[in-house]
Write a protein that binds this ligand. Structure first.
Ligand code: GLU
Length: 475
């Protein structure tokens, strides 16, 4: 069997988000599982909708996620045509002229106003889905002085059947589809035409894309048929929805939508790759943490789900936290330091070992990088807040124990975690307090906070001077 070839074909109308990343990723896994090629093609014919910088940012974010194309306009290969549609206008024109010569397409001189009038007239007659009335085909007009669109002549009353990998057999009747424009009067090919020409020239064997494209597929089948080209296998992935069951979008409340936002918040590419791979596809066991290599290995196109997948932000965070836990200590500190808000927590003059130890305290706690800033205030200018003061009121007879603690700290030469651990134990033995009655007051007096990581280690890292200041500040 020859190599399979799949492509991700974004229109640069926006940035990489959960939806289009899922498409890119499934194409990638599909291609790599079968030892095939994964291609990135830019569908930028809708010039007015193109957004500046979108191509670069899609590329960069894909690369960051590890969805790396074998071929793209940055790394083109000979023999497959250009990798950007805006560089192929002549190609589409030649192909559309071929269809005209064969009587499979024709020039349409109707102006937008005329088309609109016809449409309205049909609507008035109660036709729900108006179609082009073939005026220019029937009149056989030719007037080179006037602008024209090229329309595809849709075969009449013909059933088009696709065998979709996700949905199985799907049928369309051509009578539902009017003659559609394949090349506009400004010389620009429309999506349904350009996509077929490109997939043919690039020898694409499988088209994996979102289900919003299923209604385009019969038009594309007609074009394959008109040229006598073999169709690729189609695979329309089900919708990704938010928790309100609406299509996931940038307006979906709880979800973060764009990959760049995940990057800014300190998500790991491996975790995003892992989570998105589970949208619309499921492995055959309960495992949830997968590396890219695992996924390439176990990918199975028969396991695409037939119902919409719900994007679950809680799960995404959990998967990210699992990937953070898997990092080495060195990688973690290098990663998380980039997310510290140094206008609040200035680490520039601190001892590097100390910085690393502080950051490492939170390796098990973080779901994503910027959350580090919720934890660092105990090492900086923290004041006790009213809520914490209130908690302290739950405990009686603290004075003696806290005085003991303070005196011992004052004379402690080596302010180490072990020495502090021993001291807390002593404070417990002397006062008869244990469990929460011991640890909560000690924590609040020494750190001014009721929550925090391992107590003795935290106290040691806050440092003797600041801990004494903290104790003294609670009156
Ligand atoms: N440019 C199309 C899109 O962004 C791609 C459609 C396709 O994959 O055929 O939705």
């Amino acid at each position: 069997m020859s190599k399979i070839r799949l492509r991700y074909a974004p229109s640069p109308t926006g940035h990489l988000h959960i939806g289009n990343t899922r498409t890119a990723l499934m194409n990638y896994l599909f291609a790599k599982h079968f030892g095939g090629d994964f291609i990135l093609r830019i569908e930028d014919t809708d010039v007015e909708r193109n957004v500046d910088g979108a191509i670069e940012s899609q590329f960069d974010n894909m690369e960051w996620l590890g969805i790396i194309p074998d071929e793209s306009f940055r790394a083109p290969k000979d023999g497959y045509g250009k990798y950007m549609q805006s560089q192929k206008f002549d190609v589409y024109k030649d192909y559309s002229n071929k269809l005209i010569k064969q009587g499979k397409a024709y020039k349409c001189y109707c102006t937008p106003e005329e088309l609109e009038r016809d449409r309205e007239a049909q609507l008035e007659k109660g036709i729900v889905a108006p179609q082009y009335n073939r005026k220019c085909l029937l009149n056989k007009v030719e007037d080179e002085t006037k602008p024209y669109n090229i329309r595809f002549k849709v075969p009449e009353n013909k059933i088009y059947k696709i065998n979709d990998i996700v949905r199985g057999d799907v049928e369309f009747n051509s009578k539902e589809i009017g003659d559609f424009v394949i090349l506009k009067s400004n010389g620009i090919a429309t999506y349904n035409f350009a996509v077929v020409v490109d997939d043919y020239e690039m020898k694409i064997t499988h088209v994996v894309r979102g289900e919003e494209h299923i209604s385009n597929t019969p038009r594309q089948c007609m074009i394959y048929e008109a040229f006598g080209w073999e169709e690729p296998r189609f695979c329309h992935l089900t919708l990704i929805v938010d928790e309100t069951k609406k299509k996931l979008s940038k307006r979906s409340g709880n979800a973060v939508f764009f990959i760049s936002q995940y990057r800014e918040q300190g998500y790991l590419p491996e975790a995003i790759f892992n989570y998105i791979s589970l949208l619309g596809w499921s492995p055959n066991n309960e495992q949830e943490i997968f590396t890219k290599d695992d996924l390439v290995k176990i990918f199975d196109e028969k396991r695409f789900t037939k119902s919409p997948s719900t994007f679950d932000m809680v799960k995404m965070k959990w998967i990210n936290s699992q990937w953070i836990k898997k990092m080495s200590e060195e990688d973690f500190t290098k990663f998380v330091i980039n997310f510290v808000d140094q206008t609040k927590f200035d680490l520039s003059n601190r001892d590097q070992k100390w910085v690393e130890s502080v950051l490492l305290l939170f390796k098990k706690e973080l779901e994503f990088g910027v959350q580090i800033n919720d934890h660092l205030d105990i090492f900086f200018e923290k004041q006790i807040d009213d809520k914490t003061r209130e908690v302290l009121k739950e405990f009686d007879d603290l004075k003696e124990m806290i005085d003991f603690l303070k005196k011992e700290i004052e004379v402690m030469e080596d302010f180490s975690e072990d020495n502090i651990k021993t001291l807390i134990k002593e404070a417990g033995n002397n006062s008869g307090k244990k469990g929460r009655d011991l640890f909560m007051p000690v924590r609040i007096y020494t750190t001014l906070s009721e929550h925090g990581p391992e107590l003795a280690k935290t106290i040691s890292l806050i440092g003797k001077e600041k801990v004494l200041e903290n104790i003294n500040s609670i009156k």
